[in-house]
Design a protein around this ligand. Structure first.
Ligand SMILES: [Fe+2]
Length: 274
């Protein structure tokens, strides 16, 4: 039984270790993913257009959760949507796996990411990544041309893309990320909405996931349980917060509870238009 984090992620409780150990056995053969794929593999494309000094199109996918509860076809659909969206940038919001990072999952991740043409690819890591052997995932992302950002920034066409560490389990340092950004137009990529307080009003937009829109929600997408007070306020969708456009994706995959209700998987296409 594995009762502690195998990565640098904080907050992995013995209870989580016990639950994950039980689920590894219960979900053997990936039957929840196969069951879910029979019901639906629909992925929504959420389009957001923002005024900015430059033109740039950014595709965003989060919470892939490669593992026993996520249909591969859902992920293939999501990356096919992004692959045909004529992106300049592919940005990834973390939580690439559920349960363990394995070599097979790392290969699948690299293939999905490599299938999307884009001039720049950036990624942050999520809590589920940081609790497992995340070096495997980082290597896979890098092999697919991705820069993994930990409180760091890259520049493309006059836009700074700032990737922040996971606010829940990592070492979030918004000041460091912002200090590394050289351009006037700044876009933050973070795993979870809880990164917002450090950057609201200081950047053009922030893209994140983690909430799954509640994963199990009531009709009209009203979540029942969401982690964190910022997440509860903004469980999904597009919001203006002090002049920063916050975009919360519902992400793509499954976790402990394989089925989603009223929280359909989505990818985001963010177009900056001069
Ligand atoms: Fe997460």
């Amino acid at each position: 039984m594995l009762l502690r984090s195998r990565g640098r992620g904080r907050g992995y409780s013995p209870l989580r270790g016990a639950i994950e150990t039980a689920l590894r056995a219960a979900y053997v053969g990936d039957w929840p993913a196969r069951l879910w794929s029979r019901i639906t593999t629909e992925v929504r494309r959420v389009d957001v257009t923002l005024r900015a000094p430059v033109n740039l199109r950014i595709g965003f996918a989060s919470d892939l959760h490669l593992g026993p509860t996520t249909p591969m076809r859902t992920l293939e659909r999501a990356f096919a949507i992004l692959g045909s969206a004529e992106l300049d940038v592919l940005a990834l919001g973390g939580d690439y796996v559920f349960l363990d990072a394995t070599r097979a999952k790392a290969r699948a991740l690299a293939a999905l990411v490599a299938s999307v043409p884009a001039r720049a690819k950036v990624a942050v890591l999520g809590n589920h990544d940081l609790w497992t052997e995340h070096a495997l995932l980082e290597d896979a992302l890098q092999s697919a041309g991705v820069r993994v950002l930990v409180n760091d920034a890259v520049e493309i066409d006059g836009v700074s893309l700032i990737g922040l560490d996971d606010p829940w389990t990592g070492a979030l340092d918004a000041e460091r990320g912002l200090a590394r950004a050289a351009s006037e137009t700044k876009i933050v990529i973070a795993h979870a909405p809880e990164a917002l307080p450090g950057v609201a009003g200081r950047v053009r937009a922030m893209l994140c996931g983690h909430t799954h829109g509640g994963h199990v929600a009531l009709p009209r997408g009203r979540p029942i349980v969401v982690h964190g007070h910022v997440g509860r306020r903004f469980p999904h969708g597009v919001h203006d917060v002090d002049g920063t456009t916050l975009i919360v994706s519902r992400g793509l995959g499954g976790i402990e509870i394989p089925l989603r209700t009223f929280a359909p998987p989505d990818v985001v296409v963010l177009t900056l238009r001069a």
